[in-house]
Design a protein around this ligand. Structure first.
Ligand code: ACM
Ligand code: ZN
Length: 558
């Protein structure tokens, strides 16, 4: 550790020592860190230097430099009494009033440690995400003008002395964004990523293919976007018999996808694509009808709900198609996991399809007490795609329907059908056998549900389900699981489905502040949630900050 990155020219008002109220200074932190030990005194940001370990990688240095720029700009605005102090790179650390970022390989990949004394802020982490999260925490301890640029009178540019030892409860802290039912611009996806990063989420589950629209450019199959990205109308409200007749659609070019993946990566977020198969494929079938059981014609779906038109796994060329798509997908997304859907795949077409029945016979699949032969055929599809992706060094994850029948080795499961008891039992049993589970049970994690039981006060939504902020905040992902089973829970995720969400402001209204509640479920230690503190933090800092940053959000009820 020797190099000076930035000399801060600060002009803060004289720091005030927090006498006996230090603990209050940490109440604003969302998600709540694992461990905070407060101490007496404050660190004055005025005149501090940011110093980094020369062994830090370029991505980490970019995030440090961004933080330093913000701090410099924010503190410069305060008064014209700015003073800059230069220091020699060779100055011993102990002599320097500053913020230090030091590598410590012994810490877990996303963990960090932060020690604040009157003399120095010492941050240690092993990797980018640890440093990134430490700087998020540090930002939340400073005036919000650091982030929103809106200086307020009485800002205190001091940090309370403490030691914070922090690491996430779950390695997978996800948000699903459905860009198929409605399409969101690159700019909006980035805005969502910014919010995810601020609250320490690390997985964007990007739902890119659907009955109602195919949104990812695949160069080998250009009709997927020429035809499949557009529908001739959109269901009007809740009326499944009417659409508006207005052409609707859009897609992300491969260049835009690379841009989003890189933007997310800078913020410690992995973008995991979902190519939903073998159901939810009508847009692909409208583009290439030969991969369906009947050969079509098919039309990109205009209404919501489940289609009986699905891919035909009886035909060998269907697999060549899927492999061609996935070849380009893995080139675009470095994600360890590829989501292959597997949900809501009716078997009607397969029952009447000579190709599918021939495949069932050739594989010797039979109906049994556990699954129908058509359900076994879906297992075959999942296992075959899983093997194909394993050959490319990727793992697969699918919706809990893939548990019907047999599960391929190493395949992870995303639990969503909380409303069905038997599914909960299946998932728990799989967890007991060591299958990795991501928890996204609908009654606690589906952000398309209304935010208040009085639905007349809420925007239009499908179904009559409610998911209040309180319910999200009180969600305990391991409830009902033994300690051994709970070890299979690798993460928790909120799902933002968008059938009824057509605009950016509506999208943000559904996300916020529920996403902040979810961030504590995902990050903070079991049993640490404290609604009074959380709501206080929302009111005093986070909701005003969302507003200042231009996000729409649902106001609190009282
Ligand atoms: C789902 O909600 N169909 C995964
Ligand atoms: Zn078929």
């Amino acid at each position: 550790m020797k190099k000076l990155l930035l000399v801060l020219a600060l002009s803060c008002a004289t720091a005030t020592v927090l006498s006996g109220r230090e603990a209050d200074s940490f109440a604003c932190l969302i998600p709540r860190p694992a461990q905070i030990t407060s101490a007496k005194g404050v660190f004055k940001v005025k005149g501090a230097h940011i110093n980094y370990d020369t062994s830090l990688d370029a991505r980490t240095l970019r995030c440090v430099s961004l933080f330093a720029d913000r701090l410099y700009l924010a503190t410069q605005r305060i008064s014209s009494l700015a003073t800059a102090t230069g220091v020699q790179a060779s100055t011993p650390i102990e002599k320097l009033h500053g913020i230090y970022l030091l590598a410590d390989a012994s810490l877990a990949p996303e963990a960090y440690r932060m020690e604040i004394t009157p003399k120095a802020v010492k941050i240690t982490a092993a990797q980018h995400n640890g440093f990134f999260y430490a700087l998020q925490t540090l930002s939340q301890l400073l005036p919000p003008s650091l982030e929103d640029g809106k200086t307020a009178p009485g800002e205190k540019w001091t940090l309370p002395c403490c030691t914070i030892v922090d690491s996430p409860r779950f390695g997978w802290r996800g948000l699903l964004l459905d860009c198929c039912r409605h399409f969101f611009s690159v700019q909006e996806v980035k805005k969502v990523l910014d919010a995810m990063a601020r609250y320490k989420l690390n997985r964007l589950h990007w739902h890119l293919t659907e009955d109602q629209g195919w949104r990812i450019e695949i160069k080998r199959f250009p009709l997927l976007t020429e035809v499949g990205a557009y529908r001739a109308g959109t269901q009007v409200g809740l009326d499944r018999n009417h659409d508006d007749g207005i052409r609707y659609g859009g897609y992300y070019t491969q260049e835009q996808i690379r841009e989003i993946v890189a933007y997310a990566w800078e913020r410690g977020i992995t973008v995991m694509p979902e190519i939903d198969l073998p159901g939810h494929m009508v847009a692909a079938l409208a583009s290439y009808p030969q991969y369906g059981c009947t050969g079509g014609p098919y039309e990109v779906r205009k209404i919501w709900g489940i289609s009986k038109e699905v891919l035909c796994p009886g035909k060998e060329e269907t697999f060549a198609f899927l492999e061609g798509v996935l070849d380009e997908v893995v080139e675009l997304f470095p994600s360890e996991y590829i989501h292959i859907g597997g949900d809501e795949c009716p078997k009607d077409a397969w029952k009447n399809c000579p190709h599918c029945q021939a495949r069932i016979a050739a594989l010797g699949l039979k109906d049994d007490a556990k699954a129908s032969k058509e359900a076994r055929l879906q297992n075959y599809v999942t296992a075959r795609i899983q093997r194909y992706l394993a050959g490319k060094g990727r793992k697969v994850i699918g919706w809990d329907e893939i548990l019907e029948g047999e599960l391929g080795e190493g395949t992870a499961v995303m639990y969503w059908r909380e409303s069905r008891d038997y599914v909960g039992r299946q998932v728990k049993e799989a967890a007991g056998k060591g299958t990795d589970i991501v928890m996204t049970p609908n009654l606690h994690c589906y952000f398309d549900y209304a935010q208040h039981p009085d639905m007349s006060r809420e925007p239009l939504r499908g179904g009559n389900r409610v998911l209040t902020l309180d319910t999200v905040y009180s969600f305990e992902p391991s409830e009902g699981y033994s300690e051994a089973e709970a070890r299979s829970i690798i993460g928790v995720q909120a799902n933002m489905w968008t059938e009824m969400v057509a605009s950016e402001s509506h999208l943000e209204y559904m996300l916020f502040p529920r996403l902040l509640a979810m961030s504590e479920v995902q990050w903070s230690p079991k049993g640490s949630r404290d609604p009074e503190r959380f709501y206080g933090a929302l009111r005093s800092r986070h909701l005003p900050l969302l507003q200042a940053l231009g996000y729409n959000y649902r106001k609190l009820d009282q």
